[in-house]
Design a protein. Structure first.
Length: 277
């Protein structure tokens, strides 16, 4: 028989977490345009270049993600720092950012590279490819601008509710399993026929005491029955040996004759009277 949950809080936590997750999903779908403005490089990029060749742009301090539309074979993009009027060293230091390009129209974006800019600087972008790439567009997104767009009230609301739902649902499931495990009955002694135990309830202290006492008394009574008496069987032998046998008619006549003979004999001290007389 399945045990019922006596503690309603695990189930409530699961329901509340599911509600948070559903609300966050609905808010995410209803704010698709705002989301697209943050994650679509075509709308959120602060810099972009068209075609191949050398392009001079200004990049602020931070981590920059260079993205293109679709996969282009043998595409090479190099970033150089401009020092005065001459070209400086290539910027090869990579970085990590949470920005992932995506759009609501399922456009495929490819991250070309990520570069770290130490400070505001003029940079030169050298773009080369084996095939003609006049229509190539490179988008530059900074992590600073991404985080600034992401802390809007609507995004904070959606992210908070989504995180709460993801945390509360597994937490409620774990608590429900722990609650069911605590409700499993622990039978220390096998219950007797006259004490029917309900598996959905725990044994009380009085019930455990009665079960233990009853078992101990039964064990003691069995031990007493199995121990033989110190003179077992001796009484029966003596009783069998001392049993009185019935007297036959011949034995009775013999006893009478013996009695009459004994009565005719003079007593042992009769000669003393004769001598005295």
């Amino acid at each position: 028989m399945e045990l019922e949950d006596t503690n309603p809080w695990p189930r409530r936590i699961i329901l509340v977490g599911a509600g948070f997750f559903i609300i966050a999903s609905i808010a995410w779908l209803s704010n698709a345009d705002n989301i697209n403005q943050v994650f679509d490089p075509r709308e959120s990029a602060t810099q972009q270049t068209n075609g191949d060749g050398i392009h001079n742009i200004v990049l602020d301090e931070g981590c920059w993600t260079i993205t293109s539309i679709g996969q282009i074979e043998n595409l090479n993009v190099s970033v150089f720092e401009i020092e005065g009027s001459s070209l400086g060293e290539e910027i090869t230091e990579s970085c990590r950012t949470d920005f992932e390009p995506q759009s609501i129209d399922d456009t495929e974006f490819v991250i070309i590279k990520k570069v770290k800019i130490a400070q505001l600087a003029n940079v030169s972008i050298d773009v080369s490819c084996d095939t003609p790439c006049d229509d190539l567009v490179l988008y530059f997104n900074s992590d600073a601008q991404f985080y600034e767009d992401l802390i809007q009230p609507s995004f904070i609301f959606m992210i908070s509710f989504c995180c709460l739902g993801v945390i509360m649902m597994p937490l409620g499931g774990v608590l429900m399993l722990m609650n069911r495990a605590k409700q499993q009955p622990v039978n220390l002694i096998q219950p007797q026929d006259d004490m029917v135990h309900d598996p959905s309830t725990m044994n009380t202290t009085d019930e455990l005491y009665k079960l233990i006492r009853q078992t101990v008394e039964e064990a003691e009574s069995k031990e007493k029955q199995n121990i033989p008496p110190p003179f077992a069987g001796q009484g029966q032998t003596d009783a069998g040996n001392t049993m009185i046998k019935p007297i036959t008619s011949e034995q009775e006549s013999f006893n009478q004759e013996k009695t009459s003979e004994n009565s005719l004999k003079p007593p042992d001290d009769a000669w003393k009277k004769w001598d005295g007389g």
